[in-house]
Design a protein. Structure first.
Length: 171
């Protein structure tokens, strides 16, 4: 699906391009296996992702056609459209707003809760109406995989330049 989406001329993607992905290519898996087979690696449990860990922008840049233009949209970008100045000030002081809500009459607390709910619904409706071609995957919301990582792996981009389909034969 990714190759099909990124073969289009223009693609809108709902993800922060700087967020680290958990993508790993087979050439990096091969490198990790061969590296772990060496006796100088401490036995243990290791995480394996591309080295260095790729951002979503790196992933899309690798798979897209040269002509493809990518526009990144994040939920934060959409939320900015619906907020007034006063509301932004209140939201920026959330740690102060939450305790104060306890002492406010329930109608104020209900109004704040309603405003937050309306904001979330407007964002969802806007996304559905205006961004029918918006590419999103549940993997975009995953947190970056924690370490420790296999030490001294080769750079994935360099490995991909020289890869072949016969990736599991030792060098």
């Amino acid at each position: 699906k990714i190759k099909k989406v990124f073969s289009q001329k223009n693609v809108s993607v709902q993800v922060d391009p700087k967020k680290k992905s958990n993508v790993v290519h087979t050439v990096t898996i091969k490198d990790a296996i061969l590296r772990c087979a060496k006796s100088d690696i401490t036995p243990g449990l290791y995480s394996v992702v591309n080295n260095p860990q790729w951002t979503w922008a790196d992933v899309f840049e690798y798979y897209k056609n040269k002509e493809t233009k990518i526009q990144y949209k994040t939920s934060a970008d959409e939320l900015k459209k619906f907020n007034g100045v006063l509301w932004n000030i209140l939201k920026s002081k959330k740690k102060h707003l939450i305790p104060i809500r306890y002492y406010l009459p329930s109608r104020f607390d209900n109004a704040i809760q309603r405003k937050l709910s309306i904001e979330r619904m407007m964002l969802a409706i806007s996304t559905l109406k205006n961004e029918e071609d918006l590419f999103y995957s549940s993997e975009f919301s995953n947190e970056p995989i924690p370490g420790p990582f296999v030490p001294d792996l080769k750079n994935t981009k360099e490995l991909l330049k020289d890869h072949s389909l016969d990736v599991f034969n030792p060098d």
